[in-house]
Write a protein that binds this ligand. Sequence first.
Ligand code: HEM
Length: 397
Amino acid sequence: MSSRLNLLAPEVRTNPYPVYAELRRNAPVSQVDPDGLWAIARYDDVIAVMKNPRLFSSEGIRRTYRPAWIPDYPLADSMLVLDPPCHTRLRSLVNRAFGAPVLTRLEPRIRELSRQIVARIPAGHPVDFVDAFSIRVPIATLGDLVGIPPSLHARLKHWAEVLTQFTSVGTNDTRQQELIRHTVVEAHRHFEQVLEERRREPRDDLVSDLLRARVDGEELTATDLMGFMFLLLIGGLETTVHLLSSCALKFQEDPELMARLRAEPALIPRFVEEMLRHSGPVHGLMRLTTDEVELSGVRIPQGARLLLLVASANRDEAWFPDPDRFDLERPGPQNLPFGYGVHFCLGSQLARMETRLALEALLARFARLTPGDSPSRWNISLVMRGPTLLPLVAHPP
Ligand code: HEM
């Protein structure tokens, strides 16, 4: 049996932060379980890795998304698992379609939608906040981005849940594999249909923009487009859902903070920034070394799989004094929760806007959140952390 630290052990996942602190202090670059991954715990090392995609490859982890039982998973064709120069070409094509006009178009819609979603949360009764609040705004936003109408949002949620689970933990269960294959085929068919419709009849939306995008006369191929749709499904949803749930939980834990934000809504963006640093949804990112390399004095062999502990870097005492303290006055914004370098999150401004608008709506209607009738449940993943069940009672003023 391995004596290595297991980052997936239930007691670690319950509260990984003391373990991250210990790693930063005593083993900032070390092999852990599962699978002997090399955990990178310090801010400076995490940044150094992300700055150097030649030595620390994203493409190298592509085969993780292409196990033998599902050889045609479109996420494996997405830019998330490409290195420059292929990544650069794709990113510039997509960038054009993902700029400020998308935010301007979406802001009034998300504001109104948030108001409607919050209006439907029953007051004074225990309700699962993940289901009643956190998931609703990102699902509707994503539906809008990838052209899925409200009648199919429940389907979209189902696809995202099945695929995120696979992307986070993999599976050896053949029934689970069958479900994932089926989900990929179903989502693929829907996206194909949306692409076809937009080709025939372009609209004022992201899918039509992606179909129009050209750099030096080059356009996105059918494979690029499908990979990007799946990437939005995985990257654009669970992240924002977890962030919103963590914000609601923070309100329950700190009623004074909630009251302060109600009194001064202009502080909400600062609150979101500190939430991203202190309890951000992304915990680990993967890279593969293309050569032997040294980090914090430790030699790592070629072909090693690295787990960049972004959530640990965000609490690195070398950068953030008293890092475990939630501090609204901390200078910000901090961008590391959204990555760094060539793969820096394409949706960071959208995620910030969605979170701000959803919280504005929540704070406008409710003055207090108290614990519900059962304990919360948390996901199990090295990549992402957040509640999957969050029973709370919402109280109007
Ligand atoms: C709080 C919410 C979010 C967080 C914390 C977050 C975080 C991240 C991080 C850390 C990366 C870098 C991955 C890497 O280096 O391997 C990333 C990439 C990405 N994110 Fe986000 N994300 C969020 C929301 C979103 C949303 C809402 C969208 C779009 C709808 C989005 C789209 C993307 C895309 C397309 C990439 C890949 C960029 C590339 O490979 O060049 N993200 N995100």
